[in-house]
Design a protein around this ligand. Structure first.
Ligand code: C2E
Ligand code: MG
Ligand code: MG
Length: 613
């Protein structure tokens, strides 16, 4: 009995939190047996306890891992017991909703977070799933108190038990950044990265859409094809960085001209296409083109440079010119080419012969390459420049002609812009300089100045000064007898650069003229900076002198101003005796024009010189 009491006391003293084996206080075999059994039980209890502890530790770890990964994956979760109405929401779910987890959240409040326009769809899926005990996945938006709207992907599973319990278990993944990335990718795929304007793909989409609508509602769609005049010179001489900045500014100007519903796209380089989706008539497209030509007259200030960037614009209209999207663009492009040929800075509406011209243009290009290798196809004709008081020839302007074997004599308007666009203007220009220098030498005893025209590309070309120097040396001519004409517009593009080139040319001793003066937009202060000797008044002001008082005033002003700055003034395009009289009365000393003579071949000019005495 004592042993039994002893045993009871021993068992009572066992600390279950840290169970230790019982010690033997007697050798009685029955007592020993019972203690053995108890010790075995304690041992297995201890083991079980260790396992539970380990399991418990693991469990907490897993749970915190789970929460952590929920946070990382931006996945929130919830569980809603439909029978008890209890809603459990994970910390990350609260984070997605932008609310603090302390706030108790009811199921109906939870559903309020679904964006209004998605709510009907989500609730419909939910009630279907509850009815069938099924699952669904949906992408929709949620209101977030911190970020206003979040894109999420919600997965829901409804668990129905036989006892009638229904649980809605779900995960909600925040996919805003994926959607953001998707949007960016889509944007990049359809927009020009420099200007943010539509790109070629979006242009085609929009035009297709516009044509489809126009078909249904029977209206017109206009397409304007725009190309910046002489952009290549800006890019070549000032660098792509300045070129890019100019393109951006031009894009902004275009945006200010068209309506919001119109699409402006950039096809790369200096080409833009505008879609006018709802056009009343062709004139409406012309009005837009006119507006663009007008606003593009403003100078652009780009990093210390004052740049001018006029536009040549071609217009084609659906369905007047074609009902095919690609063709409408092609025709607008052809019309743009015609605008370039017409002297740039204007617009042209497509006409059927323009596309034929385009293929003509191609074979003309090949012909011109071939012509450059011949000795006699590229020629210089000479138009006399006279003293208006005495009528005596004081010089000549060399004007290029192309004696085409099949087409006959071609004038510069047929091939100069083609030569500019293809770079062939450089060898043509060199040839023209050589021909002029040869004649200066041949007419040495008459002391004639012979002028040649420089195109923009030629003027900006790095070898110009060197070429001129070599030719003066090669033909041993008096440099002041070689006159170089550049137009006002060319000299204005990139003034600083023009001044530098003109100074280098001046240093060679040649005479420099501003051609077509009055058609550009240069100011007096600008003109003073250029080291030029001659101003040639554009024939636009001269040809109507006998009937247009405005032209008289303008010419008078140009002559007065030019003389006060010590320029020699030459009037172009004198066609009538009256013109000479008026110019004489304004004290304009020199001129040229059909009234005196057209440009003639060298042999005929020799005859004119003979008559000149
Ligand atoms: P420009 O330098 O202003 O040349 C004057 C143009 O006016 C010439 O046309 C000339 O024939 C024409 N003209 C002269 N007098 C009269 C007149 O009384 N009435 C009328 N209506 N026209 C007159 P052309 O030869 O067809 O040359 C046109 C333009 O082509 C020139 O204008 C010049 O800018 C360019 N050009 C001519 N030769 C060359 C050249 O060798 N190189 C370059 N780059 N351009 C050239
Ligand atoms: Mg000229
Ligand atoms: Mg001229």
């Amino acid at each position: 009995m004592d042993l039994l009491k002893l045993l009871a006391k021993q068992v009572e003293e066992v600390n279950l939190a840290h169970p230790k084996k019982l010690r033997y206080h007697d050798e009685d075999s029955e007592y020993v047996q019972v203690v053995d059994t108890i010790n075995k039980l304690l041992e297995s209890y201890k083991k079980q306890q260790a396992t539970t502890k380990r399991l418990n530790e693991n469990f907490t770890k897993t749970q915190s891992n789970l929460l952590e990964s929920q946070k990382m994956a931006k996945v929130g979760s919830f569980e809603y017991d439909m029978n008890t109405g209890q809603l459990t929401v994970s910390a990350q779910m609260y984070r997605i909703l932008g609310i603090k987890s302390k706030e108790g959240l009811e199921w109906k409040d939870f559903l309020e977070f679904i964006a209004f326009r998605d709510k009907k769809m989500v609730l419909q899926e939910l009630s279907d799933a509850v009815e069938k005990g099924s699952r669904f996945t949906l992408r929709h938006k949620l209101y977030s108190q911190k970020r206003s709207m979040v894109d999420v992907e919600t997965r829901v599973k409804v668990r129905k038990k036989s006892g009638g319990s229904v649980k809605v278990i779900g995960t909600v993944m925040d996919i805003s950044s994926q959607m953001e990335a998707k949007k960016t990718i889509e944007y990049l795929a359809f927009h020009d990265s420099l200007t943010g304007l539509a790109n070629r793909r979006l242009l085609h989409d929009r035009l297709e859409e516009a044509i489809a609508l126009a078909k249904r509602y029977e209206h017109l769609v206009g397409v304007l094809f725009l190309d910046v005049d002489r952009f290549k010179f800006i890019n070549d001489s000032l660098g792509h960085d300045i070129g890019d900045k100019l393109i951006k500014k031009i894009a902004n100007v275009l945006k200010s001209v068209v309506r919001e519903s119109d699409t402006i796209s950039r096809l790369g380089g200096d080409e833009f296409v505008i879609v006018l989706p709802h056009l009343e008539g062709v004139e409406a497209a012309e009005t837009v083109a006119k507006k663009i030509n007008t606003v593009m007259k403003q100078p652009f200030n780009v990093a210390d440079h004052t740049l001018f960037a006029t536009m040549s614009i071609g217009i084609a209209v659906y369905p007047n010119h074609s009902s095919c999207k690609d063709e409408v663009i092609k025709y607008a492009d052809a019309a743009m080419y015609r605008a370039k040929e017409m002297g740039r800075n204007n617009y042209q509406v497509y006409e059927m012969n323009m596309t034929r011209d385009l293929s003509d243009q191609l074979s003309l290009e090949q012909d011109l390459r071939r012509a450059l290798k011949t000795d006699d196809e590229i020629q210089l004709y000479y138009q006399p420049k006279v003293n208006l008081k005495t009528g005596k020839i004081i010089g000549a302007e060399g004007l290029v002609r192309w004696e085409h074997p099949q087409l006959g004599v071609l004038y510069p308007d047929r091939f100069i812009s083609l030569a500019e666009n293809t770079g062939m203007i450089i060898p043509i220009g060199q040839k023209v300089l050589e021909l002029a220098a040869k004649e200066i030498k041949a007419w040495e005893k008459h002391n004639l100045a012979v002028a040649v025209n420089l195109s923009g590309r030629q003027f900006q070309h790095g070898s110009l000064v060197e070429d001129v120097k070599n030719i003066i040396e090669k033909y041993e001519i008096d440099p002041k007898c070689l006159e170089l004409e550049i137009t006002e517009t060319i000299s204005m593009n990139n003034v600083q650069n023009s001044i530098r080139i003109l100074k280098d040319l001046k240093a060679l001793g040649v005479t420099l003229s501003i051609d077509d003066f009055g058609t550009g937009y240069s100011s007096l202060s600008y003109l003073k900076k250029l080291p030029v000797d001659v101003l040639k008044i554009d024939r636009e002001f001269v040809m109507d002198l006998h009937k247009d008082k405005g032209d008289v005033m303008i010419s008078k002003a140009i002559i007065g101003m030019g003389k006060s700055l010590d320029y020699k003034i030459v009037a172009e395009g004198i066609e009538k005796e009256e013109h000479t009289e008026i110019l004489n009365s304004m004290e304009c000393e020199y001129g040229q024009g059909f009234f005196y003579s057209k440009a003639v071949a060298k042999a005929d000019f020799d005859k004119l010189l003979e008559q000149n005495g």
